[in-house]
Design a protein around this ligand. Structure first.
Ligand code: MLT
Length: 332
């Protein structure tokens, strides 16, 4: 007992020193990205890194590893969940397998504009999904990247109708909702990790895939794909997540820096999309891609997908009422 009393002030001083050192120590965060430089992920990630440096007075730094260098997008969620990776920026469809309620953002034809995406992600719906993702996957969404509608690309032929999809082998992410959507269109799509997709297109293992214009451009898909169809079934949202264990190890001041940087980078991402999508589309045409619109304003695609897919996923997104609520928030 006496020994404890003697050592108590020393222990307290050491703890104080450790706390102060923790407060003062510079952080080096690693961020994984699935997409290449020049992408919406890249723009958002760089803005986030810039803000973390600015808000910490240059003390903390974020190093970005683009182009799947740290593994496939779904693998990075596992790594962040166990705390061996700090940050990952990836498509929301690659988080859904770990936290099914975020699937509401992947249901076909729910998000119909950038404004819809902003309203959902930055409001209470987004906040609930942030909490669910911490609970289910031990990662915290701290920002959102807006990448635009996923358009269909392929190397075989112009696709205008659902019937045109026949015989075209299409890669999709390992995401049940997207697989089911193609099934509703009569296609047994090939689930494949993002990091393997370019090579699979190049080698003709698959003929097509879907992703936004910004992604098609930054990944240089125009080198291996000729035709684009403006299907607008999913608006691509790409969350920036931090390992919850890493986040909880930060002091309050550093947590606030991370959260504030995420908010600023989110707003920046929306502007980046508004500023760049039209010119990127033009450049894809200049590079030889042929862009077509689906016949009849995509109605055939919409009817088949919403009727078959929505009911099958009510349970995984937390009930039909969740989707009803989302549609109500969007004024539909
Ligand atoms: C995917 O298709 O797996 C993703 O949307 C790719 C991405 O992160 O851009």
């Amino acid at each position: 007992m006496r020994v404890r009393k003697v050592y108590l002030p020393i222990v307290a001083s050491i703890l104080c020193l450790l706390l102060v050192a923790g407060e003062a120590s510079a952080k080096r965060f690693k961020m994984a990205q699935g997409d290449a430089e020049g992408s919406a992920q890249d723009a958002m990630g760089k803005k986030f890194a810039e803000e973390v440096a600015r808000l910490s007075g240059g003390k903390h730094k974020v190093k970005v590893f683009p182009n799947g260098q740290l593994g496939s997008e779904q693998d990075t969620i596992n790594d962040a969940a166990i705390g061996t990776l700090d940050l990952s920026l990836l498509a929301v469809n690659n988080i859904t397998p770990f936290s099914p309620t975020v699937g509401v953002f992947t249901l076909p034809y729910v998000i119909l504009s950038l404004e819809d995406a902003e309203k959902l992600t930055q409001g209470p719906v987004g906040q609930e999904l942030v909490a669910n993702t911490i609970r289910d996957a031990n990662v915290r969404i701290i920002g959102w990247t807006y990448t635009g509608f996923r358009v269909l690309t392929n190397s075989k032929k112009p696709i205008k109708n659902v019937a045109d999809l026949k015989g075209v082998i299409i890669r999709v992410p390992k995401n049940e909702i997207m697989l089911a959507t193609y099934k509703a269109w009569g296609v047994n799509a090939t689930p494949m990790a993002w990091s393997e997709t370019f090579t699979a297109l190049q080698q003709g293992v698959v003929d097509g895939q879907d992703n936004p214009y910004l992604t098609v451009h930054s990944m240089k898909f125009y080198e291996v794909q000729k035709y684009v169809t403006n299907i607008r079934y999913i608006f691509s949202i790409e969350p920036l997540v931090i390992s919850e264990s890493v986040f909880q190890d930060l002091n309050k001041k550093n947590q606030d820096i991370i959260l504030q940087a995420g908010k600023t980078a989110t707003l920046y991402s929306a502007q980046f999309l508004r500023d760049s999508e039209a010119s990127i589309k033009k450049d894809l045409i200049a590079k030889g891609m042929e862009i077509v619109d689906p016949a009849n304003n995509e109605q055939e695609f919409i009817d088949l997908a919403t009727k078959a897919v929505w009911p099958d996923f009510y349970k995984s997104i937390g009930g039909k009422e969740k989707l009803d609520h989302v549609l109500k928030v969007l004024g539909r």
